[in-house]
Design a protein around this ligand. Structure first.
Ligand SMILES: C[S@@+](CC[C@H](N)C(=O)[O-])C[C@H]1O[C@@H](n2cnc3c(N)ncnc32)[C@H](O)[C@@H]1O
Length: 398
């Protein structure tokens, strides 16, 4: 890989990762409705919070989410390092009569600004970083920067690739990269032949070509970059933030503690971390799977699974194949026990997913390319399994 910056990867691509949705006012309205539902119902940030707020967004790409923030009344400062995106942003704000809401368009990247001593004298009510923040290392760089930028009681809104929720996504990369090696076909051709049925089974908004660029070929969609919420919440806490909301939820929604009891920040963090660990299997399979006992937490084996799976993208090593199979069997055993609280249908679906993944790994180790392509287009368990690779987390500055 030439650069360690995700924006350099995007700069080299012919297509922008998110552009292409808005041909008309109706397209923007549909996106606004979907974001309104996400922000109000799942993240508990109703549109009123954005009204007249000072907002800074890093990595807006073509600015389709930014337009919605502007529609809700936010004063938008946008920081985007990809020069191809800048005229698109300006054209969008002009076309939708929101030009006065675009108070700044900064052609730079986060790290450069974080290291510039005099970037902004102004504090922001809302700091937004969706879709790339996990690639900026070390995390302390942007956490400390955001802590300096945000006003007291202000919010930081993150959308990031999560390590355990990415098991199924990493599996897609394992299949894809190894099939490219085995067949000698192009990346796009392998993707179309292998994933078309799965791709067409969901209401996707973008082309397969864009998904291939943004996920399957993207060198930044790898475990070494992904964040993990147990650690993220602790890092944010140290910088003076408390978790406000998340999707999937990180707070213990099952708790019935007396409402007058005020938890200390430490107790709050502990409760969040315990819930995250006991709920990890839900992230892996995107189904409700909650561990009924804290001594059954399987973070370590899950870490081994995701680490070995990620290694299989580059090389089909027997030790990694063995680790994956062993941990998957361990999860299947848990699923059959009362240690996992789950809907019966979710339990069965996950056991089927596990068997499907084990079959895929067996076909890969046999080098059975055509059989694997056929399996991926036919196996219902593979087709309906997605995981929760992308998480939202909102933090509030104390
Ligand atoms: C996948 S797109 C996401 C676009 C939009 N935020 C969304 O979620 O739909 C990632 C964007 O982040 C930008 N980006 C990548 N690294 C960045 C960095 N270090 N600082 C600021 N922007 C960055 C890219 O240029 C690209 O526009």
């Amino acid at each position: 890989m030439k650069s360690d910056n995700m924006f350099d990867y995007y700069r080299e691509q012919a297509v922008l990762p998110t552009y292409g949705r808005f041909q008309s006012a109706e397209d923007l309205q549909a996106h606004e409705r979907s974001r309104r539902s996400l922000f109000t119902n799942r993240l508990h940030l109703p549109c009123q919070i954005f009204s007249d707020a000072q907002l800074i967004e890093f990595g807006p790409d073509s600015g389709e989410n930014s337009l919605v923030f502007a529609l809700w009344g936010a004063w938008c400062t946008l920081v985007e390092p990809n020069p191809k995106a800048l005229p698109v942003i300006e054209e969008y704000f002009q076309r939708f009569n929101l030009k006065d809401k675009l108070v700044g368009l900064v052609p730079s990247d986060l790290k450069t600004l974080a290291e510039a001593p005099d970037f902004s004298a102004r504090l922001f009510d809302l700091v937004v970083a969706e879709g790339f923040i996990y690639t900026v290392k070390p995390e302390s760089l942007w956490i400390e920067f955001f802590s300096r930028l945000v006003s007291p009681d202000g919010f930081v809104i993150l959308f990031y690739e999560e390590a355990y929720g990415s098991v199924v996504e990493i599996l897609s990369k394992v299949i894809h990269h190894n099939l490219v090696r085995l067949t000698g076909l192009s990346s796009l051709e392998v993707a179309e032949r292998t994933f078309k049925t799965k791709w067409d089974s969901i209401a996707h908004k973008r082309s397969m070509r864009s998904w291939v660029m943004d996920v399957l070929d993207n060198p930044f969609v790898r475990l070494r970059y992904f964040l993990e919420p147990y650690t993220l919440c602790a890092q944010m806490r140290t910088a003076g933030f408390s978790l406000y909301s998340a999707w999937p939820p990180y707070k213990d929604g099952l708790s019935v503690e007396w409402f007058k009891k005020t938890a200390t920040p430490e107790e709050e963090l502990e409760a969040v971390q315990s819930f995250i660990s006991r709920n990890r299997l839900s992230h892996v399979f995107a189904r409700k799977h909650y561990l009924t006992r804290s001594d059954a937490i399987i973070d370590k084996p899950l870490r081994a699974l995701v680490t070995s799976l990620d290694s299989l993208v580059d090389k089909l090593g027997p030790a990694d194949l063995g680790t994956c199979n062993q941990v998957l069997s361990q999860i299947a055993d848990l699923m059959r026990s009362d240690v996992v609280m789950s809907d019966p249908a979710d339990r069965s679906a996950t056991i089927e997913t596990i068997l499907s993944v084990q079959r895929i790994l067996a076909l890969l180790s046999e080098g059975a390319a055509l059989e694997l392509i056929e399996f991926c287009n036919r196996d219902p368990a593979f087709i309906r399994s997605w995981g929760t690779p992308a998480h939202f987390a909102v933090f509030r500055k104390a």
